[in-house]
Write a protein that binds this ligand. Structure first.
Ligand code: HPA
Length: 261
């Protein structure tokens, strides 16, 4: 069965508030072997069934290092989700980038340190291939929809993911820049890897909320929220456009990752 049927084929993981664009909403609580994720909101976007998972909870009470990433991805899989678009606030490390830019990253450097990273925690020993960490199909679709709507769109970016909840030090940002990172966020790992382990397509839609530490006077959560609020109509519209143009059959290889069981 492809998307477009009653099954929920597409999910959005992001900040609270996105549920407003879903029509005929209902909220479900789903238990998983890894715990209970935040309430998931089901609804229609342009006639397609979509699940929205507020990553930090409906009350924004879960910091990035406390998100139960395994429960979230497992719950979406159990709904039948095959594609996940995630929204991510990020700091810009690349000096050419600016707050307000949209970026569709192509790769990731994982600097998180205390999370549950895998569903393959015992025998048989599984090593999943992440040569292409983000779904190429979703990523070109998001890029196309972003270019129609946003004034500045970056592609091919390398995203570093840090543990948080604090922002980085200037020396950490210099290190990440030297390693080739253009952006820094706190949630794409292990989200992207867990999705790949379960054969789900995953791609982040990033928006630059600030220049990273040491590149502007200070970094504050207020600024991140303010930029998120300002960009919300563009982000909503990109996601709507992407959902409308997702083909029903997947041609990528995310469903059967090399190294998988
Ligand atoms: N660092 C990490 N995560 C972020 C940032 C940042 O500067 N801005 C928004 N999310």
């Amino acid at each position: 069965m492809g998307v477009g049927s009653d099954r929920i084929g597409i999910a959005v993981i992001g900040g609270t508030g996105f549920e407003r664009i879903l029509e005929s909403r209902e909220t479900v609580l789903i238990g998983t072997p890894f715990g209970i994720p935040p309430p998931i909101i089901l609804g229609d976007v342009g006639g397609r069934r979509v699940a929205f998972l507020p990553r930090h909870g409906l009350e924004h009470s879960l910091p990035p290092h406390r998100v139960n990433y395994r429960a979230n991805i497992w719950a979406l899989k159990s709904l039948g989700v095959e594609r996940i678009i995630s929204t991510n606030a990020v700091g810009a490390i690349n000096p050419d980038y600016r707050p307000g830019d949209i970026a569709i990253p192509a790769d990731l450097i994982d600097f998180t340190k205390g999370r549950k990273y895998t569903f393959f925690d015992g025998a048989p020993v599984i090593h999943i291939d992440v040569t292409t960490p983000f779904c190429p199909e979703l990523s070109s679709l998001l890029l196309e929809e972003s270019r129609k709507r946003a004034p500045a769109v970056r592609s091919g970016s390398v995203m570093a993911v840090t543990e948080g909840p604090r922002f980085e030090t200037p020396a950490e940002i210099r290190m990440l820049r030297a390693l080739g990172a253009d952006l820094v966020g706190m949630t794409a790992s292990p989200e992207a890897f867990l999705a790949r382990e379960l054969g789900i397509c995953y791609c982040p839609l990033c928006f630059v909320s600030n220049m990273a530490a040491g590149m502007q006077e200070r970094v504050t959560a207020e600024e991140v929220l303010k930029v998120a609020e300002r960009l919300r109509p563009i982000i909503d519209s990109i996601i709507r456009g992407a959902i409308a143009s997702i083909p029903s059959e997947r041609k990528c290889r995310c469903a059967t990752p090399a190294g998988g069981p």
